[in-house]
Design a binder for this molecule. Sequence first.
Ligand SMILES: Nc1ncnc2c1ncn2[C@@H]1O[C@H](COP(=O)(O)OP(=O)(O)OP(=O)(O)O)[C@@H](O)[C@H]1O
Ligand SMILES: [Mg+2]
Length: 357
Amino acid sequence: MSCISCLAFRQKKLDNSVEEKDNLHLKEKIGGENSSGASSFTFYELSLATKGFKCANLIGEGGFGKVYKGHLSKGQASQIIYIKVVAIKQLNLDGQQGSHEFVTEVLMLSLFHHSNLVKLIGYCSEGNQRLLVYEYMPKRSLEHHLFEPEKSKQLSWNVRMKIAVGAARGLEYLQCKAYPPVIYRDLKSANILLDHDFNPKLSDFGLAKLGPVGDNTHVSTRVMGTYGYCAPEYAMSGKLTLKSDIYSFGVVLLELITGHKALDLTRKSGHQNLVAWFRPYFNNKRMYAQVVDSRLEGNYPPRSLNHAIAITAMCLQEDANRRPLINDIVVALEYIASKSIRELNKRLESKPETNPN
Ligand SMILES: Nc1ncnc2c1ncn2[C@@H]1O[C@H](COP(=O)(O)OP(=O)(O)OP(=O)(O)O)[C@@H](O)[C@H]1O
Ligand SMILES: [Mg+2]
């Protein structure tokens, strides 16, 4: 689901018929393939799992509702045989749009499965209640780790590159392995969830769209997404292509490199939009050490930083056709990540052993 900042986009009144057609297509596909779909839960079961949606179980809140930690169990009180920790999102249904996004999320995540996409365990659609049940991601979102001051120290350069590789693989699956390809439309650090070992998973598919097939180059749609992450040509024309997601991916890479938010109204004028602020630095390697996240305290291989910034610059090209393909991005990031690990090992080996006494 997308954040409050994008609600202004949502106000644009546009035709719903394209999206309804998409959902029909998805429903047919799910019906036609015996997919390992999500289970249906009753509201009572989810209420039990969260102890009545108790505040203590609240783990977050986005523009579309509250997210609770819950425990699903099977069996009788005296003989509980199975407990699973889950995250349960309770949607504030804001008319038709919220309901549409709920259906899209369930259909997309029932159809598409990959280790870098969050797993949908089930849903509840009872009366006017709409809830989604996901696998629980113990380290929450990348946004949480990058932008909460006490957390960001945990994100070493290698962990950042690992997250970039995993997120790119998730996107590669959507763009190259899913058919028709899927345009995610809401790629941002808040939607990259992390497991206990910082493996990333893309979440929130309520805005996703089936991409163009055959000779078509784009799909036309209402402009939705989150300020700061939206590709400029899509924001202006509503023409959505796979390259729109590549731009958003470039913004996430820039957040990982600089530790700044895509849009930060607390920064001084000229620095608030991350991409606009960073653009003059792309061709100025001598400045890289000054614009990289200072919380890394210089602990990154300079060549890896140069490569990561070069990939980011390509993803953020104004001309969408010149942005790279996701499979090339995956290969390039995998190379950076493996080189960074080798460099780190070399440094550790060359460090003189410290005497514990
Ligand atoms: N599966 C999950 N496991 C653990 N925490 C989660 C899970 N899903 C969401 N969260 C947490 O709940 C919070 C709210 O998530 P949600 O997707 O509703 O909003 P958002 O992505 O932050 O913003 P928005 O959806 O409005 O754009 C997130 O900060 C995330 O940390
Ligand atoms: Mg989200």
